[in-house]
Design a protein around this ligand. Structure first.
Ligand SMILES: Cc1cc2nc3c(=O)[nH]c(=O)nc-3n(C[C@H](O)[C@H](O)[C@H](O)COP(=O)(O)OP(=O)(O)OC[C@H]3O[C@@H](n4cnc5c(N)ncnc54)[C@H](O)[C@@H]3O)c2cc1C
Length: 291
């Protein structure tokens, strides 16, 4: 049962930050409620004050310019990212990822900021944003700070937000030329949470096709989205062929520390990491060659 709480529905960021500054640990933000209501119903969270930010229209936007890169307001719904012409142009991995995230109903109400702040290591957007080298803008009454997406996840359902802070924006730099990024996840049915997932970004030298940069990030393979740095090193500085993709998958599998649950044992997940890293890396490579 959900414990009683006092409800606020601010219409501006300033109003929301003022409430957070007043009630701090006793308050929680709710956006689309797709995750928040689940944890409240389970009694994992029982805030005294619930701050409903869904009505803050100023945080619902997707903008792009080449110098600044992509800017997504925290209250943008998943479906808007999936369908945005801005995203489709150069950030196709985000639209592809969103297309496999939950059902259309959930994508039509759940927000990208809520997904990231929930801190579920099985979530799809976080590994993709890490592969894209994204940053998050966090605001409090005292000011703003920016943090690498990679530094944001601290532990299972735990993120680097202070009690008086809220996420306002996701910032994705324009990828270097000849970069491809792909995300592949293992799901029983389309839209399921991933049993494991792999986001891979590869940048090729235009001169000789050598891999200049690689990011490999796993979902549901540790208590946070996991950057497989050793696997990345197997690709950087080389002309990437299938044997290297297989090797990178094997190394990533050894770096993973996956959970065991009804959907898969540790051993099964380790095997699937090999398959999905290879699959995502192959797709990223094709995109990099095309772009
Ligand atoms: C049936 C179903 C299937 C799903 N499948 C998937 C899936 O396949 N892949 C996947 O990745 N996710 C999946 N999800 C999770 C879903 O994507 C998230 O629940 C949703 O995006 C969370 O957004 P929300 O706006 O509903 O956040 P809420 O539930 O309102 O909030 C979630 C958390 O974030 C905090 N929060 C929200 N906004 C902010 C903010 N701006 N600043 C600071 N803190 C904030 C809240 O306090 C809370 O702790 C699924 C959910 C459901 C219900």
């Amino acid at each position: 049962m959900i414990k009683d709480f006092e409800y606020f529905a601010p219409k501006t960021v300033e109003e929301a930050l003022s409430l957070l500054s007043q009630y701090k640990e006793e308050a929680k933000i709710i956006a689309g409620g797709q995750s928040m209501l689940v944890v409240m119903r389970q009694g994992i969270l029982a805030p005294e004050y619930l701050i409903d930010v869904k009505g803050i229209s100023a945080l619902d936007y997707i903008n792009y310019d080449e110098r600044e890169g992509l800017r997504i307001g925290a209250l943008t719904i998943h479906r808007a990212i999936e369908k945005s012409p801005v995203i489709g142009n150069g950030f196709s991995v985000l639209a592809e990822m969103e297309n496999n995230l939950a059902t259309i109903q959930t994508r039509n109400w759940g927000t990208i900021g809520g997904n990231l702040c929930h801190g579920d290591p099985a979530g799809d957007p976080a590994p993709v944003f890490i592969a894209l080298n994204a940053k998050l803008k966090l605001a409090s009454k005292g000011g703003e700070r920016t943090i690498d997406m990679e530094e944001f996840s601290k532990d299972y359902l735990e993120v680097a937000l202070e009690p008086d802070e809220m996420l306002t924006e996701i910032q994705v730099p324009t990828p270097p030329p000849h970069t491809g990024t792909a995300y592949e996840k293992l799901m029983v049915m389309k839209g399921d949470m991933g049993i494991i997932g792999a986001a891979v970004s590869i940048t090729l030298s235009p001169k000789n096709g050598v891999c200049q940069g690689a990011r490999i990030v796993l979902s549901n393979a540790a208590s946070i989205p996991l950057r497989a740095r050793e696997a990345e090193k197997r690709l950087i500085g080389k002309v990437v062929k299938d044997d290297l993709l297989i090797e990178a998958g094997e190394v990533a599998s050894a770096e993973a520390d996956p959970p065991s649950d009804v959907h898969g044992s540790v051993e099964y997940r380790r095997e699937m990491v090999k398959v999905f890293v290879k699959r995502a890396a192959r797709k990223a490579l094709e995109k990099a060659k095309a772009g």
